[in-house]
Design a protein around this ligand. Structure first.
Ligand SMILES: [Zn+2]
Length: 338
């Protein structure tokens, strides 16, 4: 992906190229916004937080890469970027148990790091802070206490977010691997979509309600990735959604043109000035081989809107010596009816 090309290499670990994406620069303004540093102590806290966040994202990916190496899968690179990381495997393992291990290793690493941060926080609170007699030292220790608390929180957020069962997040991959192991690949695709899509919709609703634009951008990226899972299933899902929200289009997509045409006819009755209903009914008639009725609807549209581009195009094709039942303009416009 070109987006991930905007990164620079920081070194190699066992032939794995470790890269940092340019978006990581944005962690600095985010830390400034979160901590609002005004003195040396708060600047140190903010910068250590940025360092910690970067390190935790890297170690999450390192967990995936390390697990992949254990099961014998070659790892090409690790890219650390603002919204997480990316471990590029040379190929996806065949065995679902290997996939499960690789995808679970990232969140497991963050669980371990969260535990270490909490341990450091508890140690500071119960041991070092009560011993500090000097006021300056006490304030510095308190700063580190706050820092470890927020870093523990960062890891908890990374674990929670990555374990959301939406493909291609780790949670979605873990779910897919478990279901593949139990029920086979085809069923695993179905189950992953059936669980993942409602979760994604909930995430989008949450993003809209809380005006979390970063989350919404992330949802769009996930939605694009989800489409790689199974095209046929997505087509069926689209059909199911169409059934609930646009019944006439559903019948059209199912090939029940007569029923769809009747539904468009009642839509024409309630909104006789809307050209879209005529055009879609024309599409139904044409699919039924009723060219005359189809042309009549196209003419009605042109009477209302003489410059209607699609109607003009369709009428032109009705009169040109085109032999197929569906004209090129028709196929372009009605593969997904309105
Ligand atoms: Zn991960």
């Amino acid at each position: 992906m070109r987006f991930f090309g905007w990164s620079w290499s920081l070194g190699r670990w066992r032939d794995v190229d470790i890269r940092f994406h340019v978006s990581m620069v944005l962690t600095l303004p985010i830390a400034y916004w979160l901590f609002g540093p005004i003195d040396l102590r708060s600047w140190v806290e903010a910068l250590l937080w940025v360092g910690g966040l970067t390190l935790f994202i890297f170690l999450h990916e390192f967990g995936h890469a390390f697990a992949a190496k254990i099961v014998g899968v070659e790892v090409k690179s690790i890219v650390v970027w603002l919204l997480g990381g990316l471990t590029n495997l040379a190929y996806k393992p065949e065995k679902p148990t290997h996939n499960f291990f690789i995808y679970a290793a990232g969140p497991l690493m963050n669980m371990l790091l969260a535990f270490l941060c909490v341990a450091a926080y508890v140690l500071l609170t119960l041991v070092f802070l009560p011993l500090a007699k000097d006021r300056e030292l006490y304030i510095w220790l308190q700063t580190f206490q706050n820092l470890f608390f927020s870093l523990a929180l960062v890891n908890v957020i990374l674990v929670t977010f990555n374990l959301i069962p939406v493909y291609p997040l780790d949670g979605g991959n873990i779910l897919h691997a478990s279901m593949e192991w139990l029920f086979g690949k085809t069923n695993a695709d179905r189950i992953t979509l059936a669980v993942g899509i409602p979760c994604l919709i909930l995430l989008i609703i949450f993003g809209v309600v809380s005006r979390d634009w970063l989350l919404l951008i992330f949802c769009v990226l996930i939605a694009f990735s989800i489409s790689s899972l199974n095209h046929t299933l997505l087509k069926n899902l689209n059909l199911a959604l169409t059934y609930f929200f646009r019944r006439s289009a559903y019948y059209y997509l199912k090939g029940d043109y007569e029923r769809a045409a009747n539904m468009y006819a009642s839509q024409i009755e309630s909104q006789p000035e809307n050209p879209r209903h005529y055009m879609t009914r024309a599409g139904c008639y044409l699919s039924m081989g009723q060219k005359e009725r189809s042309l009549a609807d196209v003419e009605r549209v042109l009477k209302m809107h003489p410059n209607h581009l699609l109607a003009l195009e369709l009428r032109g094709e009705f009169y040109c010596p085109y032999t197929g039942s569906k004209t090129p303009a028709f196929r372009r416009q009605f593969s997904t009816p309105q």
